[in-house]
Ligand binder design. Structure first.
Ligand code: PEP
Ligand code: MN
Length: 335
């Protein structure tokens, strides 16, 4: 059960609500986010919610039968929209496009990609600076200097930045340069990192774990939400299965299921989802048909020379074509 409290709830009223729930054998967790004040109540017994609704300080009460609560679609009528500023919204009904290289490599590389984004009206740039790599000898990113490069090139154009944060200690140094913190597949269940991101007010995109279930992804989002940050997006990026002809099995089913189970925006990452350049664009389009609120994909001026994920990265021509196809598709989907 979720109780929405009035922002101005008085301490003694809050105590009375908690006391009432304790007597009904429910545990309560207070969650204050940037927008709302909630009490998440967990317990077996059915309570007559009318009795709670009449207590001082209570704005609304919702029964939520799912085990994850705050991210569940069971209590929230409208889907969550995320405002990144400068008129950039995620989940507003038009497909969000986030594009950029797997890794930030140099100022020259960033500047060429930003020109491509501007030319195609792409409002969010992706680019890793702390890279989780399977081999410790692979390129592991330029770190904070790479992020500063990205920032100084994107800001004049109002382009928003999404980049992966790999550990708690990086949050503070990255904060001023980031619009969306990405939690990578390998960190999808790093609960300390999720807790720490819950204490920030930045938007967070959480990727599904390499072998993570849909429910585990929803719980990961619940971690961030219940620490106080409700600016969240979920991301399907493929899972590991017995199939090995492509990099991952892109689970398009998950997009519909996540849209049904949660009110959070769902973003599809076909680049990591399939891992093969020739298939990325069609899967991006398929994700939007399946209900995704947006796509995130990798693009580079010379994909063959990219320092990471070259084999799945689109060139500028392919990316431009995809943007046009998304525009055409979205005019049909919106009808
Ligand atoms: C990435 O987006 O570059 C990345 C490493 O993604 P994932 O965590 O999905 O592998
Ligand atoms: Mn990548």
């Amino acid at each position: 059960m979720i109780i929405q409290l009035h922002q101005s709830v008085r301490n003694n009223d809050l105590e009375k609500i908690r006391e009432f729930l304790k007597n009904e054998n429910h545990t309560t967790t207070q969650v204050k986010t940037q927008y709302e004040n909630y009490l998440v109540c967990i317990g077996k017994k059915d309570i007559d919610i009318r009795k709670i609704g009449s207590l001082n300080g209570v704005k609304d009460v919702h029964r939520v039968s799912d085990n994850y609560k705050l991210v569940s679609s069971k209590w929230k009528i409208n889907n969550t929209q995320i405002n990144l500023g400068d008129n950039v919204f995620i989940g507003d009904g038009s497909p969000a496009i986030m594009a950029g290289p797997c890794s930030i490599e140099s100022e020259e590389q960033v500047s060429k990609i930003v020109d491509h984004l501007v030319a195609n009206n792409i409002k969010v740039m992706r680019g890793g600076v702390y890279k989780p790599r399977s081999s410790p000898y692979a390129f592991r990113g330029l770190g904070i200097d790479g992020l500063k490069m990205m920032h100084s090139c994107c800001r004049p154009h109002g382009i928003k930045i999404i980049t992966e944060v790999m550990e708690m200690s990086q949050i503070r140094e990255m904060y001023d340069y980031v619009d969306v913190f990405q939690v990578g597949a390998r960190n999808s269940q790093n609960f300390n990192l999720l807790d720490a991101l819950g204490e920030t007010d930045k938007a967070v995109l959480i990727k599904r774990g390499v072998s993570g279930t849909i429910e585990e992804l929803l719980y990961s989002a619940e971690y961030v939400f219940c620490k106080g940050n409700e600016r969240l997006m979920l991301c399907e990026r493929g899972i590991r299965t017995f199939e090995n002809i492509y990099r991952n099995t892109f689970d398009i089913n998950a997009i519909q299921v996540l849209k049904d189970k949660s009110h959070l925006p769902v973003i599809a990452d076909p680049s990591h989802g399939v891992g093969i350049r020739d298939y990325v664009s069609k899967l991006a389009l398929a994700s939007l048909v399946a209900g995704a609120d947006g796509v995130i994909y990798e693009v580079h001026e010379n994909p063959e020379e990219a320092l990471s994920d070259a084999q799945q990265t689109l060139n500028f021509m392919e990316s431009g074509k995809l943007v046009n196809q998304i525009k055409t598709l979205s005019s049909i989907l919106i009808q």
